[in-house]
Design a protein around this ligand. Sequence first.
Ligand code: SF4
Ligand code: SF4
Length: 423
Amino acid sequence: MALKDFAAEMDRCSVCSYCKWIPFDQMKSWRFAKNCPSVAYYNFNSYSARGRYAVARSLLNEQSEYSDTVRNIVHTCMTCGACDVSCKVCRYNLEPLEMVRELKFSLVEAEQVLDQHEALIASLNQEHNILHKPKSERGAWADGLDVARLPSEKAEILFHAGCRLSYDEDLQKTAVSAVQLLKSMGVDVGILGEKEMCCGGRVYSMGYRDEFNHFADLNMKVWANAGVKTVVTACADCYHAFKRLYPPLGSQVEVLHMVEFIERLIQQGKLRFRSEVPMTVTYHDPCHLGRQGEPYVPWNGVEKKIKGQIIVYEPNKPRYNGAWGVYDPPRNILRSIPGVKLVEMERIREYSWCCGAGGGVREAYPEFSAWTAAERIAEAKATGAEALVSACPWCERNFMDSISATGAGLQVYDVLALVEKAL
Ligand code: SF4
Ligand code: SF4
């Protein structure tokens, strides 16, 4: 699609501003009622979905030109998708998330880019990761682990670590725990090690569509060569890329997040927790596992108007409103660990507040990103929990950095860390 394909949507936006809030029936307090980090932080309408529709229309109609202001308005969108859920639930069924992605694509095509994003792209092209690390060291996290290395060795299931878990020394233990758990359960698992590459999901959310397509193609070719049929990951970004963005490009590989795999093992009676973990925790839904973790549904239909004004789709268009994301598996795992008490934040599931790390914001707008994380940490602390648990290393990194900077006094865990404690 192109930005002009959203022209009708731009006119259909009723400027109701529901996209700035979680739906009214979900609100529990004024303090945690907002959903769009960028309009909450910059406190100016242009930084909301509604405002970005207006900016897009203005650019499309050549009523405004590219400027630092326009670049900042577009690139401060985390593509968290919270606006998209509220617009669909409360109002018009528009596609603000798809539109803002298209807006980002159009800026990148017009070379309206940020230096910090260009640096990530250089790292991606040269080292196949977005963390400026050598590709030769990508598999070092698994040194000493007895795990098959594809494609020279074979395995039924591929564990994809992703850039963050491969290189972040504080978080690599999640990847190690995942492989050790799978092996202890008798799962025939392998890794690609230094042959693994970035999924491309994060550069997609920054507007770099060509680079995403290139890396999706590379990953799918590597999987085909290695005979991969199932990919398991502990990273929400990789999950979203593989599950939602790759299928339209031809991928037919089964994709599971570790929380789905672990829940399945518990349900099959293969995984039992023996140790008590006395802890009160709250769970943060990563945007890319939750509201954006819904499976891709192919659609090749058309839009029609009936009676000159009512818009219908033939056949019915898939409605991604976040309701079918991955919400219950992590909660079911936490509830099945003896001693763990799960208390919920006010904004959960498809109405969750973003961690602040997405869309290239962590790299280009660090103060805004840190503020967004601190808001979530305040919400987590309000529950009385002693730990904030998640299922995405990008969220966990942003929370850990915010807590170290502010001294917020909250522990951060991946679900897998609590699983390991309970074994
Ligand atoms: S909720 Fe939807 S229709 Fe309302 S202002 Fe936001 S984008 Fe426009
Ligand atoms: S995707 Fe997130 S940051 Fe971007 S406009 Fe929507 S709610 Fe705001």
